[in-house]
Design a protein around this ligand. Sequence first.
Ligand SMILES: C[S@@+](CC[C@H](N)C(=O)[O-])C[C@H]1O[C@@H](n2cnc3c(N)ncnc32)[C@H](O)[C@@H]1O
Length: 207
Amino acid sequence: MRQTQRSWTTGKPVTSPFAAPRGLSGRLAGRFMLLTNKQDELLDVLRVNAGDDVLEIGHGPGGLIRLLAEKTDADHIYGVDPSAEMVDAAGKLNAAAVAAGRVTLRIGAADDIGLPGESVDCAVSVNNVAIWPDLEAGIGEIHRVLRIGGRAVICWHGGHSAGRIARSLALPADHLDRIGSAIRDRFGAVTRDQLADLDVFTAIREN
Ligand SMILES: C[S@@+](CC[C@H](N)C(=O)[O-])C[C@H]1O[C@@H](n2cnc3c(N)ncnc32)[C@H](O)[C@@H]1O
């Protein structure tokens, strides 16, 4: 039985089918996310180089995993998500790349990625940082799995041209500041940007 997590932003149990996709409602939420969460813009921010190993945390239905597989020369693409339904959906969406051994998807979470230390060149989280149970533990785990020089990109709904959904889910300034501080505390520096529908935090592992 999966435990219900409490998000660090609200202190409340995470039960929405978008945040904790389970059963039929979770699978339907996954389909909706695949249609609505367009993530092409992120590829410019991720700056994946040929041969890089890339990790997505909380990949949901796997749209960004597909973009990474189709539009970059990443060597290996890892994905972790605590939802078995999402691991299954992303696996079906990326069946050829999984079968070819280029994409590996597993149950995992921001604070329990399950990869060895210093094993990826880029780690990205889209639209799940606000529902993690422990912000600092998640940031620390991302720092751990990144190689020196590796890039962490953490995004949440918002952005300079936020549509209705992104506007309704955008975080208040104090929560955005806390994400920035947690990343700066662990990585030493952080950059904040805005894409159309996303607020983006970027940091490089220096040591
Ligand atoms: C709103 S969906 C976003 C999915 C995808 N990244 C997107 O933007 O379309 C949130 C995802 O985060 C996952 N999730 C929930 N808790 C998490 C945690 N503690 N660590 C990592 N992912 C988590 C959920 O299972 C779900 O797939």
